[in-house]
Every structure is written in structure tokens, then in C-alpha cells.
Design a binder for this molecule. Structure first.
Ligand code: NAD
Length: 294
């Protein structure tokens, strides 16, 4: 790929773009945040004046935006696809509703443009280390075109199925993550309230049957692990409101097929309460605050 447009340089997009730059790709970037653009420019990206400017003439377009509304507004509302070359490849890495992903992919297809949904897992640490998991929906040949780029940002690449299937798999994963983080916070708070040292308890759980991604890599208790959001005032990372969005997507997916997701629904309510208390912008591991005493 000669030239790549990268739109959305937030907690995830910025480190992903950096890995593409490090791999020698030329990047034209756009974000609504001046600060994000300045940092990308310092890292060697060329800054575009608008999303349309970013995609003009590029071989590949990558977007990493917060939610369905942002993706639909950009690609459909603002008609970004009109500025994309017909032989370019479009990769949306945002986590959005499968239906939104299908709508945008169909609009791209109507213009003869190949597009895949490629939401990611692995957090900001995985984005920085280039070890993300990509969960792809769309044509197999489009995934093969994208693979060399995805390999610069991730370690595991899965083909979940047709357009939107990447989002379905990602939503299932994040529903489980929301449940696991809330459960991990609850277990740690219970142990500490009963007199245990949180580091000792965390070590025990991470070598026992309750271990999970949170206990191994993303402990929600401040000071247990260095360099995780919990130890940095819950700054950065994966926002409570983004987790709430994903649990809402899981609830919609469940309603559509009349699936029972009692724990996912409980987790959605816990994150909604936590967000309503003013914590929407904090990292999602701050859910500990709901159950921690003192
Ligand atoms: P973020 O809020 O940190 O970043 C989003 C960026 O998009 C911001 O910089 C914002 O200015 C920019 N933006 C919004 N609208 C725009 C527009 N119209 N044009 C250009 N830029 C625009 O979010 P994030 O944490 O980077 O997450 C991005 C996506 O990845 C979300 O869908 C999220 O659910 C998903 N995700 C996040 C994580 C994580 O750990 N943070 C992990 C996996 C997946």
C-alpha cells in the first residue's frame, strides 16, 4: 500500500497509526482533535484538512471512530465514499452495530469499493504493542488485501464471515469482557473487605480458575499493575461509555433473535449506573468504584 488515509486518532487509532508509520507506510490523517493531529504530525504523518481531503487519492482508508453514528455520518451522511477511489480498500476498525456495518459496506459495494469491518480486541496496550486481534467481516479476498496492513497492527486475524460478522463476534467478546471486569472488581473488593491484600489476592486469582484478561493484564485495582488505567487515575484505556455502547449493542443483538443474555444485561445496567454518576469518560475498569468500600 502506498498511501493510507487514517481517520480517528483516539486512544486506539493513534497507536495503530503509529505502527503503520513505523512500518514505512505514508499516512494522511484526520481527526476532530487538534492535539491528536499535532501528535500524529510529529510522528511523521501528513495532516489532512478534512476527512474528504484525507481519503482523496489514497490506496486504503482506515477508520477508528467511537460508534455507529460517527461511522454512518462520515461514510453515508457526508458521503465520504464519493471521494474514495474505486480500487481503494476501506477498513473500518470501529466497534459498531452489525446493521450499520452492513449499510456502509453495501454503499461501498454500490460504488465498486471493497470494504471490510475489522473491529479489534486487545486494548490500548495491544494497539501500542501491535498485538491486536482483528475480527473481520466481509469478502475473503478483501481480507487478504488488508492482511499485510493488519499484520503491522495486530497479531491475530480472524475471518468471522460476511459484512457485519466481525461486529457480531466483537460484540459477543465485549459483552463477556464487561461481565468479567465487573465480576473481577466485585471479587477483589470482597477479598479486601475481608482483610486480604489486593496484590496477594490478584496473584492467587491469576493462577487459579477465576483468572481472566482483567486479572492477567488489566487489573482494576489501583497500584496492582503498573501502566494500566487503574494505576493512572483511570485515564486513557477503554471508556465506560464505550463499554456501555458495546453492552447496548449486545442487548440489541439479543433482542433481534430473542436470545437470553441475563449477565450482559446486568453488566449493561451496572455500567449505565456508573456512567450516570459522572464516570463515563473514565476507563471501564473504574467499575470497581461501584463495589469498593472506603
Ligand atoms: P476515542 O474516543 O479515544 O477516539 C475516537 C476518536 O475519533 C477521537 O479522537 C475523536 O476526535 C475522533 N472522531 C470522532 N468523530 C470523528 C470524525 N467525524 N472525524 C474524525 N475523527 C473523529 O475512542 P477509542 O478508545 O480509540 O475507540 C475507538 C473505537 O475502538 C470504538 O468503537 C471502541 O469501542 C473501539 N475499541 C476501543 C478499545 C479501547 O481499549 N479503547 C479496544 C477495542 C475497541
Amino acid at each position: 500500500m502506498k498511501q493510507i488515509a487514517f481517520i480517528g486518532l483516539g486512544n486506539m487509532g493513534a497507536p495503530m497509526a503509529l505502527n503503520l508509520l513505523k512500518a514505512g507506510h505514508a499516512l494522511k490523517v484526520f481527526d476532530l482533535s487538534e492535539k491528536a493531529l499535532k501528535q500524529a504530525a510529529e510522528a511523521g504523518a501528513s495532516v489532512a484538512a478534512s476527512a474528504r481531503d484525507a481519503v482523496t487519492g489514497t490506496d486504503c482508508v482506515i477508520t477508528m471512530l467511537p460508534a455507529s453514528a460517527h461511522v454512518e455520518k462520515l461514510y453515508l451522511g457526508d458521503d465520504l465514499l464519493a471521494g474514495v477511489r474505486a480500487d481503494a480498500l476501506v477498513i473500518d476498525c470501529s466497534t459498531i452495530a452489525p446493521e450499520s456495518a452492513r449499510r456502509v459496506a453495501a454503499a461501498a459495494q454500490a460504488r465498486g469499493i471493497a470494504m471490510i469491518d475489522a473491529p479489534v480486541s486487545g486494548g490500548t496496550g495491544g494497539a501500542a504493542a501491535g498485538t491486536l486481534t482483528f475480527i473481520v467481516g466481509g469478502a475473503a479476498e478483501s481480507l487478504e488485501r488488508a492482511r499485510p496492513l493488519l499484520e503491522k497492527m495486530g497479531k491475530n486475524i480472524f475471518h468471522a464471515g460476511d459484512a457485519g460478522a466481525g461486529q457480531v463476534a466483537k460484540i459477543c467478546n465485549n459483552m463477556l469482557l464487561g461481565v468479567l471486569m465487573a465480576g473481577t472488581a466485585e471479587a477483589l473488593a470482597l477479598g479486601v473487605a475481608n482483610g486480604l491484600d489486593v496484590k496477594v489476592l490478584s496473584d492467587i486469582i491469576s493462577k487459579s480458575s477465576g483468572r481472566n484478561w482483567a486479572t492477567e493484564l488489566y487489573n482494576p485495582w489501583p497500584g496492582v499493575m503498573p501502566n494500566v488505567p487503574a494505576s493512572k487515575g483511570y485515564e486513557g484505556g477503554f471508556g465506560v461509555d464505550l463499554m456501555l455502547k458495546d453492552l447496548g449493542l449486545a442487548a440489541e443483538a439479543a433482542l433481534a433473535v430473542r436470545a437470553a443474555t441475563p449477565l450482559g444485561e446486568l453488566a449493561r445496567n451496572l455500567y449505565a449506573m456508573h456512567s450516570a454518576q459522572g464516570n463515563g469518560g473514565l476507563d471501564f475498569s473504574s467499575i470497581l468504584g461501584l463495589v469498593r468500600r472506603g
